[in-house]
Design a protein around this ligand. Structure first.
Ligand code: GLY
Length: 360
């Protein structure tokens, strides 16, 4: 078993990474607060994991809520369904919510936990690769607004993260590939050695090699834990974790939430960030080619949707959470493992690059 620690003072917590642990009470017991537990899952995870989870928690007053699956459910209405259940079952502050699912379930459940009675305990049990390597760690919770992704939310750290490699076996191939986009992101940000390892091992990860998946999740979570510990509330360096996300969120919003998976959108977004970095004179052309080929080898998109326009991109990108007083900070690259923040990039060059990419 690999256990990492996210070091955040009194809000520190462990990330457990192993196989067949999602229904092992010994991992949960010391993190559950109170006797009332609400398991939040979606229709996919309910089918595979809910029964065993409820059996594990039989000594608690345990309830569950099953949400409809998909990014389109990441709304305040869905959060309200959780509040309704918590009120109906008379939950008080001394309770625990368990997010059993992918990034959407984790973000919604985390936001409900952040806001119910001004904050209650929650545990992340991520069952997708994307959630295991990224969204379950670091305490970002929230929902989408029709005009912008993740626009409503709160920082609320989980009590622990329980990442079970065996849950990846039930993952549809499209979701596994989408998770690999976030994995590759860590290599591109500041871990060139990992990027090169990935290029030699991506096919084994797609074939669900358990040891390599555990190594991957451990490496990504280690990188994320370090960045989050240094900048929990994203006043600086944590924004590097958004490589490709300003482009990607624009795609997700424009295409309708759920039509492009988050991982697909940020894969195209990272290729766009690399292209813009090269056009700005920061990145060598051969690195752009390498980045594009890496995403291609996984079967991920490397181009934005053909029906988006450059103006639509500019409009959506300037609604990003990294805009302050109309100035956008972008994550750019000067090398593999060399991501950096720029708010002084050439806006007109960005417009031209988008126009050249989209032909409109
Ligand atoms: N997913 C980016 C972050 O947690 O900061």
């Amino acid at each position: 078993m690999n256990a990492l620690q996210v070091e955040l003072g009194e809000r520190s917590y462990p990330i457990y990474i192993d196989s067949n642990i999602y229904n092992d009470l010994s991992y949960f017991q010391k993190h559950i607060r109170g006797n009332k537990v609400l398991v939040v899952c979606d229709s996919n995870t309910a089918q595979h994991y809910l029964q065993a989870t409820l059996a594990m928690l039989s000594d608690y007053q345990c309830q569950s809520i099953t949400l409809s699956a998909g990014e389109s459910q990441k709304t305040l209405d869905t959060v309200s369904q959780i509040y309704d259940a918590l009120m109906q079952y008379k939950f008080d502050r001394n309770c625990t919510l368990i997010a059993l699912g992918g990034g959407v379930v984790g973000d919604i459940c985390g936001f409900a936990a952040a806001t119910f009675q001004r904050g209650v305990t929650f545990i992340q049990v991520p069952t997708t690769l994307l959630a295991q390597v990224d969204s379950s760690v670091g305490g970002k919770t929230g929902v989408n607004h029709p005009l912008g992704k993740n626009m409503i939310g709160a920082f609320h750290q989980p009590a622990c993260v329980i990442a079970d490699m065996s849950t990846l076996r039930s993952l549809p191939p499209r979701e596994l590939k989408a998770g690999l986009a976030e994995v590759i992101k860590y290599g591109l940000i500041d871990d060139a050695e990992f990027y090169h390892w990935l290029n030699d091992n991506l096919q084994d990860l797609l074939a669900l090699d358990t040891d390599k998946l555990a190594y991957t999740v451990t490496r990504c979570c280690g990188n994320k834990a370090r960045i989050v510990a240094a900048d929990e509330r994203e006043s600086g360096q944590r924004a590097l974790l958004n490589l490709g996300h300003t482009f990607g969120h624009a795609i997700e919003t424009a295409m309708g939430y759920g039509n492009w998976l988050h991982g697909e959108a940020i894969a195209a977004g990272m290729c766009m960030a690399a292209r813009f970095s090269a056009n700005s004179g920061f990145l060598a052309e051969e690195i752009v080619d390498s980045v594009v080929n890496t995403f291609k080898s996984v079967g991920l998109p490397t181009e934005p949707p053909a029906d988006m326009t450059s103006e639509q991109f500019m409009d959506l990108m300037y609604r990003d959470k990294k805009v302050r007083d109309n100035v956008l900070t972008l994550v750019l690259m000067n090398d593999v493992g060399g991501a950096f923040l720029s708010s002084t990039f050439d806006t007109e060059l960005l417009r031209t690059t988008l126009f050249q990419t989209l032909n409109k």
